[in-house]
Design a protein. Structure first.
Length: 171
């Protein structure tokens, strides 16, 4: 799962480095907790989002469902966060996340040398999840056909769409 904030660059230019740091600290808190709530692992933190793994490094049979539920929770919490920010600071535009989810095999391990070692997931699955995030509209989640098929029947994505967040599947 890739999760990215829409409009981060313009917002950071408006707020400046100290204010954007404080704001992003709160956003990361939401993202990390909502990934962990569904037994996911935050694999990377970007300047304005996260890459999360569900089912790696520890296998989970229902990893695709967990990823989608995490995305749903992230969208809900960001709506609550925007309400709080509106009351505290009326001048901030709403913060919306774009989420992309793809299900498939990844190679998980450590990359680097003795001076720096990072835990990484690599492979086509990671690349496709990143592309899905890039296709998602702000405030929505885009899932691949593979993920949709694995979750069909266990999650009502249409009901989710009626609840305010939207899920799309790739063609």
């Amino acid at each position: 799962m890739f999760c990215d904030m829409e409009g981060f660059t313009s917002l950071s230019e408006k707020l400046g480095p100290e204010e954007i740091y404080t704001l992003m600290d709160q956003v990361y808190e939401i993202l990390i907790h909502k990934v962990h709530d569904y037994e996911g692992t935050v694999n990377e933190m970007t300047g304005d989002g996260v890459m999360a793994l569900f089912g790696a490094p520890i296998a989970l049979e229902d990893a695709p469902q967990r990823a989608i539920r995490s995305a749903m929770a992230i969208h809900r919490e960001m709506t609550n966060f925007n309400e709080r920010m509106k009351q505290e600071r009326g001048d901030l535009p709403p913060i919306k996340m774009r989420v992309g989810i793809h299900t498939g095999p990844v190679v998980v391990g450590t990359l680097g040398n003795d001076l720096r070692v990072d835990f990484k997931a690599v492979g086509d699955t990671v690349n496709l999840a990143s592309r899905m995030e890039g296709l998602a509209d702000p405030g929505t989640t885009y899932v691949t056909e593979e993920t949709f098929k694995l979750t069909e029947g266990s999650l009502d994505l249409n009901l989710w769409a009626q609840g305010g967040s939207r899920a799309k599947k790739s063609p």
